[in-house]
Design a protein around this ligand. Structure first.
Ligand code: AMP
Ligand code: MN
Length: 274
């Protein structure tokens, strides 16, 4: 789940509260490239007797693709991780300025201030903040439309960006005692051969699991990635990727269970404290 520490809309404690309300057994807060919401979320989860998994979602550039690696069960004070995440965050501002300039070229002005208005954490401006502003201003109907028209890869407001390397991101997660999960693989537009190469490399550098059940996977995606999990001897994960109630297809806890033949990433992990 995401909080307003990155591009979710709820404060970290409110995320924990929603998880409790949805009666989930365990949830992870996995903000993009930032762990500053974990303490507040953990405190609130404890008050509601919900199992909390400290997490993060790291932006990675692999070949020509932007992919996301979720870290579960991390120690957010570990130095390699904190330094790695700080280096990623430090480039977000310049990127946001370039996105705004591209939108200005299209005749849409004022988007940097607009995006900032949606970002509770000034060091974490992302495309979702631009998207919310553009939707509010009537430039697109909803999230899908605004990425489709302006912000998605190859669209006129898109800025190519170099994120962390795959082996670095997995290395930071492992150094911090966590497990690395390939997030929402069904969202990456790559050939099957490239996906196999990614999974092979991910496994080789210490990746542990692949997200099989997640809100933007179709039934077929889930089947496909369940098969990949078996083929590459990876564990499986399940998560809502929750950002906001009016932007999500499913609420936390509402997704179907993992196929029983797969080993859940959270099984018998030292970091899981039920
Ligand atoms: P950023 O890290 O700033 O590039 O923002 C990435 C976030 O934008 C993702 O985590 C998604 O929440 C959102 N996003 C990316 N692509 C799409 C899309 N095609 N449709 C809706 N949301 C998207
Ligand atoms: Mn993601």
């Amino acid at each position: 789940m995401h909080s307003n520490v990155s591009d979710g809309v709820l404060a970290p404690a409110a995320v924990a509260q929603l998880a409790a309300q949805q009666q989930v057994t365990a949830f992870a807060l996995t903000d993009h490239d930032d762990t500053s919401g974990l303490e507040a979320a953990q405190r609130c989860a404890r008050e509601h007797a919900v199992c909390f998994i400290p997490g993060v979602e790291i932006s990675v550039t692999w070949q020509t693709h932007t992919i996301h690696i979720v870290g579960l069960g991390i120690d957010p004070s570990e130095r390699q991780l904190t330094q790695g995440l700080a280096s990623i965050r430090s480039s977000r501002d310049a990127r946001a300025e370039r996105i705004a300039r591209k939108l200005t070229d299209l005749g849409i002005t004022g988007t940097l201030d607009g995006a900032r208005g949606y970002a509770a954490n000034p060091s974490m401006i992302g495309r979702t903040h631009f998207a919310r502003h553009l939707i509010k201003q009537g430039h697109a109907r909803d999230m899908n439309a605004v990425f489709d028209r302006y912000l998605g890869q190859g669209k006129p407001g898109y800025v190519a960006h170099q994120w962390a390397a795959l082996n670095d991101a997995v290395g930071w997660i492992r150094a911090a005692g966590g497990s690395a999960v390939l997030a929402h693989p069904g969202r990456y537009r790559m050939e099957r051969s490239a996906m196999r190469e990614l999974l092979r490399e991910f496994k080789q550098v210490g990746g542990e699991a692949v997200e099989v059940i997640t809100s933007n996977h179709s039934y077929n995606d889930s089947q496909l990635y369940a098969n990949y999990a078996r083929e590459f001897a990876l564990r499986a994960s399940r998560g809502s990727d929750f950002h906001a109630e009016d932007e999500s297809r499913s609420l936390p806890g509402d997704l179907p269970a993992l196929p029983s033949a797969l080993t859940p990433v959270w099984r018998e992990q030292p970091w899981l404290k039920l």
